[in-house]
Design a protein around this ligand. Structure first.
Ligand code: NAD
Ligand code: WQD
Length: 334
């Protein structure tokens, strides 16, 4: 089975490429390298022994994308490509709407032309908006209280995919709503290496540990949580990647939606302590004001994925910290 990964040199795409190749799938990647590096292909090759065919193409360039599809027949597409920096999306909304939605529409049109009818889409817990402290199921309300254009693009793309499936009964789409991906491949050869300034907790912790950022700002310790800091459902990126393999094996008619999370919530202070324990070093931090739009506790009910995809997370926060530190060591050596 041949699968095209858009955004496949990115953080989640590259880990998914590894898991797919390890299970015998034929993987090709298209990415404009806006937020990833070509050297990711070396990491994938070193881990799997296979270097995926790579197209340096912007999905906004529909003619070039069409050429990619004209070269090979794909059985399915995993659509990871997109911009994801929440803060930047507030400052540059049009860039986010244009890139995330434009790429998806181009992709759907080109897929239709080339009769590729299966897609897995990278959605996000952000579609659940401002629901706080409740275990989110796939049936929880979506689209209400989304505080930024990035989140809106995910919600809108979900709608576009549902409408596409209604119009074309041959189209099969699985929407995966990721919670908070963390960690790296156990080899330390691939991990999270954003080109932009990160605003997610884990890449910031990484930059504080290497001294690139002096101090971690903990955004508030007055939430209604046991230690007062915000809690999230952090999922190891390799577990997340495996979720894609299970999803592709279970594709069916119409639209399927799954949460990919652990079902557990961990606080910012617990994440700091876990990183310190794994690294043996203390992490400088200070308590600052809450970040606007943040919620106290966001976590998944992953039961549906467990029951239908036979998928469950296996790796822990401690594993994620160990693998992140291992990745940082490899990275420093380069
Ligand atoms: P990433 O930035 O590491 O990977 C995305 C890739 O898409 C990058 O390599 C980037 O260069 C590429 N890309 C962006 N625009 C493109 C375009 N116009 N044409 C071609 N390539 C383009 O991000 P990630 O963390 O791997 O996320 C993958 C997907 O998962 C994204 O859609 C993201 O919104 C979604 N997601 C991520 C998280 C998270 O916290 N990491 C959570 C939920 C959902
Ligand atoms: C996690 C926790 C912060 C940075 C975002 C997107 C969401 C999804 C995942 C893609 C919160 C705290 C953070 C820092 C901190 N992405 N924090 N200091 O907010 O759950 O979600 O990423 O779809 O759409 O909104 O993740 O990693 O930004 O924050 O204290 O410097 O860490 O307050 O409690 P979040 P995050």
């Amino acid at each position: 089975m041949k699968i095209l990964l858009t955004g496949g040199t990115g953080y989640i795409g590259s880990h998914t490429a590894v898991e797919l190749i390890n299970r015998g799938y034929d993987v090709e990647i298209v990415d404009n390298l806006f937020n990833s590096k070509i050297t990711v292909l070396d990491g994938i090759e070193e881990i799997t022994g296979v270097r995926p065919k790579f197209y340096h193409v912007d999905l906004l360039d529909k003619n070039k994308l069409d050429e990619v599809f004209a070269n090979s027949h794909y059985d399915a597409v995993m659509h990871f490509a997109g911009l994801k920096a929440v803060g930047e999306s507030v400052e540059k909304p049009l860039l986010y709407y244009y890139n995330n939605i434009g790429t998806t529409i181009n992709l759907l049109e080109v897929m239709k032309k080339h009769k590729v009818n299966k897609m897995i889409f990278s959605s996000s817990a952000t579609v659940y908006g401002d629901q706080d402290g409740v275990k989110l199921t796939e049936d929880s309300q979506t689209g209400v209280g989304i505080t930024n254009p990035y989140g809106q693009t995910k919600y809108m793309i979900e709608q576009i995919l549902k409408d596409t499936a209604t119009a074309n009964p041959d189209f099969e789409v699985t929407i995966l709503r990721y919670f908070n991906p963390v960690g790296a491949h156990a080899s330390g050869l691939i991990g999270e290496d954003p080109n932009d300034i990160p605003n997610n907790l884990m890449p910031i912790i990484m930059k504080v540990s290497t001294g690139e950022i002096p101090t971690l700002s903990v955004y508030g310790n007055d939430y209604n949580t046991p230690d007062g800091t915000g809690m999230r459902d952090y999922i190891h990126v390799v577990d997340l990647a495996c979720g894609h393999v299970m999803a592709i094996e279970k594709m069916g008619p119409g639209v399927q939606i799954y949460n990919l999370g652990t079902g557990e919530a961990t606080s910012v202070m617990e994440m700091i302590r876990a990183f310190e324990k794994a690294s043996g070093k203390s992490l400088p931090y200070k308590i600052t004001a809450r970040r606007p739009g943040d919620l106290a506790k966001v976590f998944a009910d992953p039961t549906k994925a467990e029951m239908e995809l036979k998928w469950k997370t296996k790796l822990t926060i401690a594993d994620a910290m160990r693998d992140t530190i291992n990745y940082l060591k490899h990275y420093e050596k380069k």
